[in-house]
Design a protein around this ligand. Structure first.
Ligand code: F6R
Length: 241
């Protein structure tokens, strides 16, 4: 595991863009999954400003359930605004999850099958939840878990309420997430973490016992992982290294 420490969030964006840019230079047509959230915003800003000729295929990492696909809160629309539209990624190169799927389990299976047919995940860019979730694999998710419908933890809904005018009651209770099984097959994983509030969970994820109650600990058993953390998030990590 390679750990890169950035000075602050802006520097994290730069370093993440360098890493992603380098990988995409080697494999321009890579299949890449990207997270929503606060952490990757500086990366997307940097890529919008510096990246040209994007040819990658975007793979949805997770998506709320119970929304119309045009709802601006859908992760696919959020990512479209932040990165996919600005980089002109065509619709046929966006492997999305249908947030309005009536049969969530078959939608999850369809998505996973499509990824496999497409050649698997080349690059998984991930964020880290305060409870150690990866994608929406909440604590207790099996390391071999498939892509599936999940119930969102209260803490996750609380963290996401900011995108819903601060009203937790508006945040969906369920989602579809890529499972840890397919995520651990990614050829390259890049974990982005920023902020003091993530210092504890980052330390536990990278240096604590590998256990399903902290899903991110699966990364310890993987090769080709780059962690890019700002100094605040890495503060407890550096003490223990
Ligand atoms: C979102 C996702 C989540 C976030 C995580 C961190 O698509 O997969 O796992 O990456 O909750 O979110 P932020 O960056 O907002 O702290």
């Amino acid at each position: 595991m390679h750990i890169i420490i950035a000075k602050d969030k802006q520097d994290l964006g730069k370093k993440a863009a360098e890493t992603v840019g380098m990988l995409l230079k080697k494999s321009p047509k890579a299949n890449i999954c990207l997270p929503t959230g606060n952490t990757p915003l500086p990366l997307y800003k940097e890529l919008r400003n510096t990246f040209t000729n994007a040819e990658f295929t975007y793979i949805a990492l997770d998506e709320y359930l119970g929304l119309d696909k045009h709802d601006p809160h859908c992760f696919s629309n959020w990512l479209a605004r932040e990165i996919l539209d600005p980089l002109d990624i065509p619709a046929k190169k966006r492997l999305l999850i249908d947030p309005s799927a009536a049969e969530a389990d078959s939608e999850a299976k369809r998505h996973e099958k499509k990824i496999t047919e497409q050649g698997g995940i080349d690059i998984a860019v991930l964020g880290l939840g305060h409870n150690g979730h990866i994608g929406f694999n909440e604590p207790g998710s099996a390391f071999k878990s498939p892509t599936r419908k999940v119930k969102l933890a209260d803490r996750t809904r609380k963290a996401n309420a900011a995108y819903w005018g601060g009203d937790i009651n508006k945040v969906p209770h369920s989602a579809i997430t890529l499972g840890l099984d397919i995520l651990s097959s990614a050829r390259q994983t890049i974990l982005l973490v920023s902020g003091k509030d993530k210092a504890d969970i980052l330390q536990k994820s990278l240096a604590g016992p590998v256990a399903e109650d902290i899903p991110a600990t699966y990364l310890q058993n993987m090769e080709n992982v780059v962690v890019i953390a700002d100094e605040d998030a890495a503060s407890k990590l550096t003490q223990s290294r």
